[in-house]
Design a protein around this ligand. Structure first.
Ligand code: SF4
Ligand code: SF4
Length: 94
């Protein structure tokens, strides 16, 4: 399973001039300014899931990585795998 970036329009401040994710994304034409909403938007089929946009947006935390269903190709919203943390000691449970 792979992941793609997703922008929360409620948190994105692109309308105030922020372009950090757009500047830092290593893939061309992958995260762009939506001229209608004035928010950043991810062109999902082009996203390589590298997390860089999420890192540079850490102040506003507007970007989340979501897994993509390998069969349907659809983003599985709500299943955030990039923030998954394995609790210490879990490997030894039981
Ligand atoms: S870095 Fe974050 S706040 Fe800035 S344009 Fe990208 S998603 Fe929006
Ligand atoms: S995860 Fe990587 S490839 Fe995808 S939009 Fe963010 S910076 Fe670009």
């Amino acid at each position: 399973m792979y992941t793609v970036a997703w922008v929360d329009n409620e948190k994105c401040i692109a309308e105030k001039g922020c372009r950090l994710c757009i500047m830092y994304c290593p893939e061309s034409d992958t995260i762009m300014l939506n001229e209608t909403t004035k928010k950043a938007i991810v062109i999902e089929p082009r996203c390589k899931g590298c997390d860089l946009c999420k890192v540079v947006c850490s102040t506003h935390n507007a970007i989340t990585m979501f897994p993509v269903d390998p069969v349907t190709g659809k983003v599985i919203l709500g299943e955030n795998v990039s923030d998954e943390v394995v609790p210490m000691g879990q490997a030894y449970a039981g």
